[in-house]
Write a protein of this length. Structure first.
Length: 411
């Protein structure tokens, strides 16, 4: 089997497990434990915060030791979290605290897996990065949607079976990454003092991002997406389903699956039409239209209306996520790709805890429907600002060469 196929299979196992977690975690906190909006926001922040704090470190480690090795370690760490929660639940000791521990361990694992996985694809792309990113995105969101659908049976089968499936799938991912043969391009000038070297390595990645107005624009819109879109998705929408429509795991899974289905439809279209040349323009238009559509979900026109809005929002998200990842991959220096993708993930995940907390308080103050509308128009404002002030609108990444970093680790 080709290395790229093992990569896709390893990536697929993570996103299937992530789809399970997205539903089961929100279901446990929101509907089983019946926690308040503030505590729901804090719980989601507990998952996102470790990834935020460790993501850049994970990217630097992947550049130096290889993305394959970090991905294997990350999958092994992640598998311990559902096993822990399974034992706790079986013993009758599930509580808000144990669910938070589960979230923290998964967040730490994600900090290792995400930059390692995203940094690997350029080495396996065979010179066609955008197409490989699109293919990987289709597999990711397809299996994530499958995970959502499996998690929809949580009410019937209970959390233990779902958690055991999650642990088994994550263990399978370690096998696929282990079997993958990939050349590692090590970062030069490795210092004998590893701690000092890692710090300088992160610093170098930061300077490289700042050196490019394109990458800076990607990071700004990513931060806004983490605050306003991610916070809405993981906090506001589950609370809207619970408080306005009286839903449970099945409704939550359906909404999540429709969002992923929207992603997949866009990705299939991208595979058919080929490369998009104005990636920056496509990204900004997709984010702006998506913000308007998401606001429609807060009009309280019924669960069907919310489902349609989340689906169409996913259609826009499929284009936005693919274009932003493509720009980062195509412009990144080869020996810094994992770090560039770590900054990409960091800008999204790093603002996610803020978004989760903010969304929790917005729901407490104004209710879930109004909170969704506020976040949507805040995102639209940021997209408008970036469109008017950055160079992203004119970007055609296929005509730009790889960025040369302005600094090395030893500077």
């Amino acid at each position: 089997m080709k290395p790229l196929h093992y990569y896709f299979m390893g990536t697929g196992t993570w996103f299937f497990a992530y789809g399970l977690q997205s539903v089961i975690f929100a279901w446990l906190v929101t509907m089983v434990l019946q926690e308040s909006a503030e505590k729901v926001g804090l719980a989601q922040m507990a998952f996102l915060l470790p990834a935020t704090l460790l993501m850049l470190l994970g990217g630097s480690l992947a550049d130096h030791f290889g993305g394959k090795r970090l991905a294997i370690i990350g999958h092994l760490v992640a598998a311990t979290a559902p096993l822990f929660l399974t034992v706790v639940t079986w013993l009758g000791g599930m509580s808000y605290t144990t669910v938070i521990i589960f979230a923290v361990v998964m967040g730490c694992a994600q900090a290792l897996v995400t930059p390692a996985r995203d940094g690997l694809i350029a080495n396996l792309a065979g010179g066609n990065i955008q197409r490989r990113v699109v293919q990987a995105s289709m597999i990711q969101f397809g299996l994530q949607m499958t995970g959502f659908l499996v998690a929809s049976f949580a009410d019937e089968v209970g959390p233990i079976r779902i958690l055991l499936i999650q642990a088994s799938v994550l263990m399978a991912g370690t096998f696929f990454y282990f079997r993958m043969e990939v050349e590692h391009i090590p970062s030069p000038n490795v210092s004998n003092n590893m701690a000092q070297h890692i710090f300088r390595s992160v610093q170098t990645g930061y300077r490289t991002v700042r050196a490019s107005t394109y990458l800076t624009g990607i990071v700004i819109q990513n931060c806004a997406m983490g605050v306003f879109f991610m916070g809405s998705y993981i906090v506001t929408v589950p609370l809207l389903i619970r408080e306005t429509y009286g839903g449970s795991a099945r409704e939550l899974s359906l909404i999540n699956a429709l969002n992923s289905f929207g992603f997949i439809l866009t990705i299939l279209l991208l595979l058919r039409i080929g490369n998009v040349h104005r990636q920056g323009r496509a990204l900004l238009c997709a984010q702006g239209i998506g913000a308007i559509i998401l606001a429609g979900g807060g009009l309280e026109l019924g669960l069907t209306s919310l489902a349609v809005c989340i689906f169409l929002w996913g259609v826009c998200g499929g284009l936005a996520m693919t274009m932003s990842r493509t720009v980062m991959q195509e412009l990144a220096p080869p020996d810094q790709r994992a770090r560039m993708m770590a900054f990409y993930a960091f800008s999204l995940m790093g603002s996610g805890p803020v978004g989760a907390l903010l969304s929790g308080y917005l729901v407490e103050w104004y209710g879930p429907a109004t909170a969704l509308i506020i976040s949507s128009f805040a995102m639209l404002s940021v997209v408008t600002y970036v469109s008017l002030t950055s160079t992203l609108w004119k970007l055609d990444a296929s005509k730009h060469e790889t960025i040369e970093p302005l600094a090395t680790e030893e500077q």
